[in-house]
Design a protein around this ligand. Structure first.
Ligand code: AMP
Ligand code: GLY
Length: 426
């Protein structure tokens, strides 16, 4: 079969790497791809948020399955457009993607279905938000509705921090007399702070059945010891130690199934991967947020564990045949270390050369997935914030960590940095 993967990050490199190991995969295309993906798939220049362009590409290349990596094409309704054209697609439609694009929507689903989540209130005016925060006290969490990937979330430890976060959402300049400038239809979601251990559960859903697709824990802060600014993710481990079998069973019962039932009640079909960001609290698991795509770099850790069988499950999901599908999980552990350009997640320069990449011996147990890279005659150039995701799999977690860090240290890249504490117990 011919497969098209949309996206060009480490997540998509890992997806392409895994599914091409499956003998059902004949040709694999990717748009836009990156230097690492170009070595194992045909890359194309395509506007991946333009449904019409994607549909035309599929008919020109005889595509039998489209896998949508990032959230932007999902939010733009590309999956809906492909389904109208009868092309099997892995990824939910625009309505179901609201689970990621609107925190207020997700909270409303939680209310309707009785899903455990932090107590919250939604505000469209700064003044009311300020009053609420003064009443509830700190710590408190201020979220800008509609922003993805952890950006726009402030865990405020002081009232001043909470005030600044609210003002930033409503774009009140410090010198103004409280009159909003710019976009006035902004929304803030303000939540109670939950204490616990964070972890993520991935499930495939096809509109009828659900297949658990693994657990992971990611490391969002830029620097060791969970310090520094939030990033897209600086590393991940899978499985997540906090998500024991019995906790996963509770998450499925108390969070995942009620969510999908509530969507169905609203006549919204979810077909793709649902990524639940969870806080495992003393009194049980709580939902922090949903994403409607794989996490990056969590996907890299999942894919090195699953290999080619990932394609069977993804295809069954796209075809509504999950009921007949299972996965063989080995009793193993994967760990990903992200190497990023110095300065990320702030401003950084592009074009530094990464040396010795070719000398890393890659195998089914060790892969260097590319994110922001471009090939050049001088070697591989770093052209993004997050640049490489070095991913290892071993029978025990400490061996996976040693293996990944050994490879990281062998990569000669003066302009890069990475966290040294991925997978280390706090
Ligand atoms: P989100 O994008 O909603 O997952 O938020 C980004 C990060 O903020 C999460 O990964 C948590 O670390 C933190 N966070 C979000 N909501 C809460 C909450 N209610 N209590 C504690 N931490 C939170
Ligand atoms: N690693 C977090 C995310 O992909 O949203």
């Amino acid at each position: 079969m011919n497969i098209l993967v949309l996206g060009g990050g480490g997540r998509e490199h890992a997806l392409v790497w895994a599914i091409r190991q499956n003998p059902r995969c004949d040709r694999i295309h990717c748009a836009p791809g990156n230097a690492g993906i170009a070595a194992i798939a045909e890359c194309h220049d395509l506007d991946i948020c333009n449904g019409q362009q994607v549909v035309e590409f599929c008919s020109r290349h005889g595509i039998n399955l489209v896998i949508i990596g990032p959230e932007a094409p999902l939010a733009a309704g590309v999956a809906d457009r492909l389904r109208l054209a009868d092309t099997p697609v892995f990824g939910p439609g625009r309505d179901a993607a609201r689970l990621e694009t609107s925190k207020a929507f997700t909270k409303a689903i939680c209310d309707a279905a009785g899903i455990p989540t932090a107590r919250y209130a939604v505000f469209r005016e700064a003044e009311l938000a300020h009053t609420y925060v003064r009443e509830r006290g700190v710590p408190i969490v201020v979220k800008d509705d509609g922003l993805a990937a952890g950006k726009g979330v402030t865990v405020a430890r002081t009232l001043a921090e909470a005030r600044d976060a609210i003002d930033a959402i409503f774009q009140l300049s410090a010198t103004s007399s409280g009159v909003p400038i710019g976009d006035s239809d902004r929304t803030a979601v303000i939540e109670d702070h939950l204490d616990g251990v964070e972890a993520s559960l991935f499930v495939l859903a096809d509109g009828r059945d659900v297949l658990p697709f693994g657990t992971a824990q990611d490391y969002k802060r830029a620097y060791d010891g969970d310090l520094g600014p939030n990033t897209g993710g600086m590393g991940a481990i899978s499985p997540a130690p906090a998500l024991t079998e019995s906790i996963v069973a509770r998450v499925l019962d108390e969070i995942i199934h009620p969510t999908l039932a509530e969507l169905e009640h609203r006549q919204i079909r979810f077909q793709g991967v649902l990524y639940a960001g969870l806080m495992i609290c003393k009194n049980g698991p709580h939902l922090l947020e949903y994403n409607v795509r794989f996490g990056d770099p969590e996907c890299q850790a999942l894919m090195i564990r699953l290999g080619g069988q990932a394609l069977d499950a993804i295809l069954a999901c796209a075809n509504g045949e999950l009921q007949e599908t299972g996965l063989n999980w080995a009793d193993d552990h994967a760990l990903t270390v992200v190497m990023a350009t110095k300065g990320y997640p702030g401003s950084f320069s592009k074009g530094s050369v990464i040396r010795d990449l070719e000398d890393i011996a890659q195998s089914s147990r060790l892969q260097v997935f590319h994110a922001g890279t471009t090939p050049s005659p001088d070697g591989t150039l770093a052209t993004g914030g997050r640049v490489l995701a070095v991913t290892a799999r071993e029978d025990i977690a400490s061996a996976a960590r040693n293996s990944a860090y050994r490879a990281v240290r062998d990569i000669d890249w003066a302009d890069g940095f990475y966290r040294t504490d991925i997978g280390r117990q706090p």
